[in-house]
Design a protein around this ligand. Sequence first.
Ligand SMILES: Nc1ncnc2c1ncn2[C@@H]1O[C@H](COP(=O)(O)OP(=O)(O)OP(=O)(O)O)[C@@H](O)[C@H]1O
Ligand SMILES: Nc1ccn([C@@H]2O[C@H](COP(=O)(O)O)[C@@H](O)[C@H]2O)c(=O)n1
Length: 434
Amino acid sequence: MGSLITRTLQKSLKRPFRFLYWSANSFNHKMCAMDSESLGFYTGRCILDFPPKSSRSSTWYVAAAGFCAFSSSLLAGSYSTSQSEEDSEENAHDQQNVKRKARVVFVLGGPGSGKGTQCEKIVENFGFTHLSAGDLLRAEINSGSQYGVMIQNTIKEGKIVPSEVTVHLLQKAMNGSDNDKFLIDGFPRNEENRAAFEAVTGIEPEFVIFFDCPQEELEKRLINRNQGRVDDNIDTIRKRFKVFEESTLPVVQYYERKQKLQKINGAREKEEVFKSLKPLFLPFLEEELLQLTKELLNGIDEGDYALYKRLCDPSLTAFEPDAQGHLVEGLPFHKFYLDMSKRFPSPSKPHSQVSSPKITFIGDEVALVTYTRLVQSTKDGVPCVEAFNETRIWQRGLDDSGIAVWKLIHFHKSKCPLHRAHHKSKGSPHSCKE
Ligand SMILES: Nc1ncnc2c1ncn2[C@@H]1O[C@H](COP(=O)(O)OP(=O)(O)OP(=O)(O)O)[C@@H](O)[C@H]1O
Ligand SMILES: Nc1ccn([C@@H]2O[C@H](COP(=O)(O)O)[C@@H](O)[C@H]2O)c(=O)n1
């Protein structure tokens, strides 16, 4: 086990290091030391108490980081495994990490500040997956986990569960999701949470939302929440406020210093709060629509009618050069061209690129994507390029299973005038229609 930890740490750091970490295969509060130069690994040497007396202790953060590099190699499995299992888990984990890099937004605020309520709205509108650290911990209790009793007691006391448990649950949930955009709610609750998450996942949040709300309002909301939570009683609520001030506010301040904090007044009506959140998430939506448009153009280049049908509304309307000034309705007109390109492929597949895109929203459910499309291909072995101005209108609606999806409802395509200087120069790409 020692060599696995040392290898894992060496691999991720590539420099000599000296680490402290706490024992991760039990909750016996043991701190250990490790030194990469001597490859020494000293277990059982108690250096710090757990939990730390001062949550600001820098040694403690180093300890958290050390532990996290260790626990990352144990991602999905149990905490005690054989050497070969460890190796394959390590590889599997590496592969999962290289598969994609998740983008994360942390959502913080006092207990009852509306984190869960607003996360639901963000999920509906901006395609994020919501991971509530509290919900994951409660699910762990209900799953009959060996840590269930410890988690239950910690929550009842309004205290913070050891980071190794919470980070493990978060990372498992992230790896089990097809999405790459996550709203992580109620996390990081303290500096150890923050350091552990960063060390294990290597992910820094895009930004951090902080709902600011006076305590009297929070207390009122929690007393009225009525969800049967063991911590929604006045005793635990007061303890949670204290933990929030002592442990979570320093994290909020950390992100403020890093200019990643988005402070939102959470003491307003739910809809008003959400209005302030929307501008923060619009860039993600713009990116999604641009990706969708590129996927569609790629499908057209490939002659992939199945993909075209999936992305377009059946009553799609279009103005395009091939329709000679007529408004085309429905998909059959487009199917003809896509089938033709499949049946009689040109010697070189066309390749479309999007230039100077601009995205405009009309309300929450309609977006215009305007750009110049450059289509590269070859004609008689000579590279040629055509340019089109295109506007595509996407509308969001629910699919058969009630999931929000964007569909193309209209497009307008017109050919750009030729660039004289460009197509005269010998040897450079020229218009296909020359
Ligand atoms: N802006 C608001 N105005 C009034 N009530 C609200 C508002 N936002 C949320 N609530 C209500 O307050 C209660 C707590 O909200 P919510 O569960 O979203 O808070 P939270 O921050 O996730 O809490 P916790 O940290 O305890 O999980 C809920 O009953 C919710 O309906
Ligand atoms: N990072 C976290 C998050 C939560 N907890 C524990 O769960 C309780 C409830 O959390 P909510 O986010 O649902 O309010 C919280 O009071 C903690 O006891 C945690 O330990 N670490």
